[in-house]
Design a protein around this ligand. Structure first.
Ligand code: ADE
Ligand code: ZN
Length: 369
């Protein structure tokens, strides 16, 4: 994976130091093969028998297999198998902390991270261990790095609707899922800042969470949804219809110029994951991801890693890959960075700080790129 754009070495420094907002990364997608094997051994979790699935013979064979996903569902089978090693509150905290350390190195100043409670609960892990562990990882990163963080709880479309309904009720009862708050005060802000939905796209009804999203909207809870990744632009239209205010992926929107113009006009943020799209065979190469189309159409988007441990690319690698493929100008990076800040679920004060950081860096690099 690209570590340094070939054109001018200053680009790599610029992209590293650019204050980044990451809005689309699954914490369970940060489980590296070595952490999977380590936690499996610590927690006595049996990984699949290598005689049946040779990918699980060793860390190396698993890493190799991750380079050959054939589709979203092929990837998801490894993703859901891997996360079975997470058993204790400390495992969730360790996983989140490992992501935030890398994100800090990559110049992430604000991170909104997904997690998938349903599958952990189905394995018998108490809800509070999952959320307490992830919240502890977030707080540790905030204290250590001065970054801001947000947790987003994802509903999984391949599981029965009742399972999502139960999770939603539990999070509300626990007082974790609360209306959007601009505050970063630990006491008053929600522990979970919003809901999302992910997993298989084609198959489940497009509007399966309409009632949950309507309820969340009525309570002022933030809402995003994976849509338009493998599914066509009608999945994006459906997600907007059922009340998502942000779209995760959304790249197939480019096939529908009319909807694309509407989304540009509304200012809806797409959380684009270019390396993920190539690894999951949504596009043949990064240059086929509609980055240029979105910029030209005024569609707001951020650049994200999705499942960095599975796709071999953390967020800085994704920024570099985009620069390699599209040769963007500094002003185009300003637009991307500013749209990312403005589409973040933080208060105006934090947005101002982040925007000032972007501006300072661009001033510093003017004339060098
Ligand atoms: N869960 C983790 N990564 C995902 C992706 N790219 N699409 C849908 N669900 C996911
Ligand atoms: Zn995703």
């Amino acid at each position: 994976m690209c570590k340094s754009p070939s054109t001018n070495p200053n680009w790599h420094t610029f992209l590293t130091r650019l204050p980044k907002c990451e809005h689309h990364v699954h914490l369970e997608g940060c489980l590296t093969p070595s952490l999977i094997f380590h936690l499996a051994s610590k927690n006595n979790v049996r990984l699949p028998n290598p005689a049946e699935n040779p990918a699980y013979a060793s860390i190396d064979t698993l890493t190799h297999r991750y380079g050959h996903f054939t589709s979203l569902d092929d990837f998801l089978s490894f993703y859901f198998t891997g996360m079975a090693v997470l058993q204790h509150k400390s495992d969730f905290e360790e996983l989140a902390w490992s992501y935030f350390q890398q994100a800090h190195k990559d110049g992430v100043h604000h991170a909104e991270v997904f997690f998938d409670p349903q599958v952990h609960r189905d394995r018998g892990v108490p809800y509070s261990d999952i959320v307490d562990g992830y919240v502890a990882g977030c707080r540790r990163a905030e204290r250590a790095f001065g970054m801001t963080t947000r947790l987003i709880m994802c509903f999984l479309r391949h599981l029965p609707l009742e399972s999502a309904e139960k999770l939603y009720a539990t999070a509300l009862e626990a007082g974790d899922l609360k209306p959007h708050s601009d505050s970063d005060d630990e006491e008053s802000r929600p522990r979970i800042h919003g809901i999302g939905c992910s997993s298989s796209e084609i198959g489940p009804p497009k509007d399966m969470y309409a009632a949950i999203y309507a309820s969340a909207a009525s309570k002022g809870i933030n809402r995003t949804a994976h849509a338009g990744e493998e599914g066509d632009a009608s999945y994006v239209a459906a997600a907007l219809e059922f009340g998502a205010t942000r779209i995760d992926h959304g790249v197939r929107l480019a096939e529908d110029p009319e909807l694309m113009a509407q989304i540009a006009q509304r200012g809806t943020l797409l959380t684009v994951c270019p390396v993920s799209n190539v690894q999951l065979k949504c596009f043949d190469s990064i240059s086929d991801v509609p980055i240029r189309k979105f910029l030209d159409a005024g569609v707001r988007f951020s650049i994200n890693s999705d499942d960095p441990a599975y796709f071999g690319a953390y967020v800085l690698d994704c920024y570099c890959a985009v620069q390699e493929a599209f040769g963007l100008s500094v002003e185009e990076w300003r637009v991307i960075a500013e749209n990312g800040v403005n589409g973040s679920w933080v208060g105006e004060g934090r947005k101002r700080e982040l925007l000032e950081g972007v501006d300072r860096l661009i001033e510093e690099f003017k004339g060098l790129l």
